[in-house]
Ligand binder design. Sequence first.
Ligand code: PDD
Length: 294
Amino acid sequence: MPRAPLPFAFLDGDFIAAADARVSAFDRGFLFGDGVYEVIPVYGGRAFHADHHLARLAHSLEGIELDSPWDDDWWQSRINELISRNGSGDQSLYLQVTRGAEHGRDHRFPADVEPTVFMFSTATPARDAAVDRNGLKAITAEDFRWARCDLKTISLLANVLLRQQAHAAGADEVILHRGGHLTEASVSNAYIVSGGRVVTPPLSAELLPGITRIVTLELCASLGIPVAERALTVDELDAADEVWITSSTREIGPIVSIDGKPVGAGKPGPLYAKLRAAFDDLIASWRSGSAPTV
Ligand code: PDD
C-alpha cells in the first residue's frame, strides 16, 4: 500500500500542507518528464548521507542542463526544516526539480521559466523481519531503458513497466541485463557474491550511481570483505552464491530466487547477514547522532 505523505511539503519556496500541494498542468515534469529527483532516507531526524545525494542531484541537474540557483546549504536547510516539521524520526524524503511550467508545449527549453521544486516525506515503515528469514524474489529482463541511466530523472516509464513485470510474476524486483551483461535492477543496484567476493557492475551511464551502493562498498571494506567492480554476465548471476540489491528505501535486500530458480542455498546467505548487521549498526549510530553528519 502506498504510504500517505507526512503533513508538510515544500513547494516553490514555501512549506505548505502536503494535501494542498498543486502544480500547473503545464509543468514540463508533467508534459515531458523533464526533471530529476532524489530519495533520501532519514534516520532519527538526520538525512542519511545528504552530501552524497546532493552531489548526485547536481550531477543529474547538470546532465539535463538545468541551471540550478541553489547551493548545498540552501538544500540542506530546506531538507532539515521539512524533516523537523514532519516530526523528525525515520522518514523517506522525496525531492524533485522540474524545468518548470510554461504556457504551451515546446520541446525546446523555455527562457525565463522558474524550475519547480517539490519535496515531501513519508514515515518509514518498520523493517520486515521476514525478508531476513525468507529473502526476496527476482526475475531477469532485458534492460530497454535509455542510454543515460546515471541521471536520476523523473522519466521512469521503463522502470515502471519493468517493476510491474516483476510484480505480475510474483517477484519483488527485476534484475536487468543489456546484451548479456548486468546493469542494475529496476529500483536498486545489484550485486553477486561468488567465492567470498562481492561483485557489482562498475559505474557507467548504464546504471544509477546508488548512494546505498557507496555505503555498501564502504561497509564491505570495513568488514574486510573483498569487492570487485567489474562487468558481470547473466551466467555469473545464475551461478552466484548470493545475490543482493541495495537502495535508499530497501537498504540491502537478499535475493533468494531468480526466474524461479534458487540462488545458492535458496535463503539469505552468510555475507548478507554480516552486511545487514553492519548496516543496522550504522543506522543505529546515525539515529543516535554518533555517526558523522554532513
Ligand atoms: N531508487 N538504481 C535505480 C534504477 C534506482 O531507482 C535506485 C533508487 C537505485 C539505488 O540508488 P540509491 O541507493 O541512491 O537509493 C539504483 C529510488 C529509491 C526510487 O526511485 O524510489
